[in-house]
Design a binder for this molecule. Sequence first.
Ligand SMILES: CC(C)(COP(=O)(O)OP(=O)(O)OC[C@H]1O[C@@H](n2cnc3c(N)ncnc32)[C@H](O)[C@@H]1OP(=O)(O)O)[C@@H](O)C(=O)NCCC(=O)NCCS
Length: 246
Amino acid sequence: MQDSSTVKIRQARISDVEDLVRVDIAQYSDMTADFAENSNISAMFARRISNTPGWFWVALVDGRIEGLLSTCPTTHSPEGFVSWEKCTNNGTLDGIFDERADFLYGVALTVTAKGGAAGVTKALLAAGLARFFSSEKRTLYLSGRMPGYHKVADEVSPQEYYDAQVTVRGQRVARDPQVRMYERLGFRRAGLVPGGFAVDHESAGYGVLLTMENPFREGVRPEMLNAMCERIAKQDDGPAWLTALS
Ligand SMILES: CC(C)(COP(=O)(O)OP(=O)(O)OC[C@H]1O[C@@H](n2cnc3c(N)ncnc32)[C@H](O)[C@@H]1OP(=O)(O)O)[C@@H](O)C(=O)NCCC(=O)NCCS
């Protein structure tokens, strides 16, 4: 249930760094601390903001930053993905950003509990996906997490957990809620990557490689628009961003 707060989306600025660190710590807590042992988080965000003009959004709820979505055009392909750390140059994106590249990498989506309640996740995703669809980029990809894995790590292997399905509202879907979230948005799973996000102990350090092709890169195809409009009209379980954009 969404509350009645005012949500505003804009590009990140250098003066936001302190707020971005606060949002990161609110969601990652001890993982931020582990990462910070080898890295300066404030400097990392500052480098990232200046490296990705036009591709880093923040969400303000009643004037305060409660979420971020950071992406990066890159020549690094999903097939060559090794880890978040490598793909982002330890989060800084130094030497990674290439505005003309075919690929768009999803660096981070982080939203506080307050932001989640105000509908910030959908608003950020709508802004980022609209930018992706209207760009010439071919593929959007990201290394997602399996934040539910640590609760059952004694019983199943990461691969078994990744492969497992559960029934939700009559549909067979991924066992992990975050993998479900991305699949509902239209991402496809491309594999489980050991060491894909080393500090993420909830996912045992594994990354879930998720990809989405840009359906509009070659121009809008009428049958695709029709199919999307039908899904919106039916109000079924179509991708959440369609609802956010409509
Ligand atoms: C991912 C994130 C932005 C979602 O925020 P939110 O909108 O407040 O999240 P919600 O709790 O409403 O979750 C949205 C959906 O995703 C699922 N989900 C996403 N991340 C989840 C997590 N860490 N734990 C449990 N569920 C999660 C929820 O189950 C929910 O699915 P549902 O609608 O079927 O119930 C937020 O949890 C976050 O910042 N997490 C830490 C950073 C992260 O994992 N980012 C994504 C990896 S790139």
